[in-house]
Design a protein around this ligand. Structure first.
Ligand code: CA
Length: 218
């Protein structure tokens, strides 16, 4: 496994490189954000350890640009900041995990192994199916670029379906994942909400697969 460490504190970078090499990883180091971004994008790494405070580009900017450029390499962010807000910023801009300095080397290794197990599947921050797009961070839905106004429940049904676009989703699955308490849910609740959604996003987008469920098509 090949890792990239982007860290401008030379002593920490060297210590990480030596420690990770001792674990059997191949490790490269970049000392600033721009070099780190170029290496991360084109270097074929299995994971990147990325400091937030860097000369050149910040860690936030690096990860945002990587994701915007369709590069899905797993990213573990490091920072001396420890506010909840900073962690949320890091994760919203596309990092996969976050550690606050000073960190335990054992925890770093465990997090890194978990990231490597997951690999680098596409993890877009905005979900798209055809001309429909749904932004989970901003809870916004657009169709052909125009905003679609949805209730909280309609939004939840659509989010579940768009994450499985092209696949058949059963009524039971929707009830389990979208309605937290199915005891009070009317038996036809799913049909009712599918009907509401069809009116807002177009009838042909939501197919009924008889006896199986529903399918959102792009
Ligand atoms: Ca730094």
């Amino acid at each position: 496994m090949r890792l990239l460490v982007v860290e401008d504190e030379a002593r920490l970078a060297r210590a990480l490189q030596r420690g990770l090499q001792a674990e059997g990883f191949a490790v490269d180091v970049a000392g600033d954000g721009s070099t780190g971004m170029d290496l991360a994008r084109y270097g074929g790494y299995d994971a990147v350890i990325l400091d937030v405070m860097l000369p050149g580009l910040s860690g936030y900017q690096v990860v945002r640009r990587l994701r915007a450029g369709q590069c899905w390499v797993p990213v573990l962010m490091l920072s001396a900041k420890d506010g909840e807000y900073d962690q949320a910023d890091g994760l919203d801009c596309g990092a996969d995990d976050y550690l606050t300095k000073p960190f335990s080397y054992v925890v770093l290794l465990a997090r890194l192994r978990a990231l490597l197990r997951r690999g680098a599947p596409r993890r877009p921050t905005v979900l798209v199916a055809g001309d429909l797009s749904l932004d989970p961070a901003g809870r916004q839905v657009t169709r052909g670029g125009a905003a679609v106004d949805l209730t909280a429940r309609e939004y939840a049904v659509l989010e579940y379906l768009i994450r499985r676009a092209g696949q058949v989703v059963s009524k039971t699955e929707l009830l389990d994942h979208v309605w937290d308490d199915s005891v009070d849910t009317a038996p036809n609740a799913v049909e009712v909400y599918i009907g509401y959604l069809r009116r807002k996003i177009g009838r042909d987008r939501l197919q009924t697969i008889r006896g199986a469920g529903y399918r959102l098509v792009g």
